[in-house]
Write a protein that binds this ligand. Sequence first.
Ligand SMILES: Nc1ncnc2c1ncn2[C@@H]1O[C@H](COP(=O)(O)OP(=O)(O)OP(=O)(O)O)[C@@H](O)[C@H]1O
Length: 254
Amino acid sequence: MFELDDLSVTRDGREILHVGRLSLGTEGVTAVLGHNGSGKSTLMALLARQIRPDAGRIALEGRALDGYRQRDLARRVSFLPQRLPPVAGLNMRDLVGLGRFAWRGALGRMGARDHAVIAQAMLDTGCEALADHLVDTASGGERQRAWIAMLLAQEAPALLLDEPTAALDLAHAYEVMALLHRLSRVAKRRVVVILHDVNLAARYADRIVALKQGHVTFDGPPRAFLDPEVLRSLYGIEMTILPHPDGHPQAAVA
Ligand SMILES: Nc1ncnc2c1ncn2[C@@H]1O[C@H](COP(=O)(O)OP(=O)(O)OP(=O)(O)O)[C@@H](O)[C@H]1O
């Protein structure tokens, strides 16, 4: 879906990201991992066209990302940033409804299909009972789920999420990842998600891309990622890999 070629981003005279050739969004779920400041959010902001590279090219479905009109891009790519803006006065349903902006007709009115998509997105994220609650007074996790529902309502085939589970309790973190995994299978969505939890990533991702100091240092399947040497080189910490009854190995600090 995304083709990156010799990309570079420089800030304050320092190259914070350099990516050679890389395809993203080709698998169901791709998890992007790496230490704090390794360039994950910068990479995702490039894919979502929130920032432009200082050098290099990004193509989406064979066309330069730069060439898409905003509405066309929004129909193909949805993006959940790490820092969510306050949304004074909006209830959860209104927020999720904003996800329909790229699909509404000339007068901006919503039809039966829009309402059905919004209701389904709220159901999928477990926030249907909170529909009338103000977003800004909801808990961090409830708010996060409403934003994820907004993303689903956008119905773009590519979903980019920057640490969507950061504010979620254990159960909701696993539920959200299970939902993204399911969407990749049932609705053929392509998910690129930044995560810090290696076990969550290994369980739900089809592919892991790891960044270290602005460079891709690992790109492969979760089983190859859950390796003490790979994890030591990435995070500088000794990890041990433990079997799990359901077949997914788990990493634990040694
Ligand atoms: N606008 C900017 N100006 C200066 N430095 C920046 C800017 N944006 C990012 N950086 C720096 O670039 C590096 C990569 O930042 P980025 O936010 O992409 O990292 P990250 O891997 O997402 O980190 P985290 O896991 O902490 O969210 C960091 O050192 C950050 O301080």
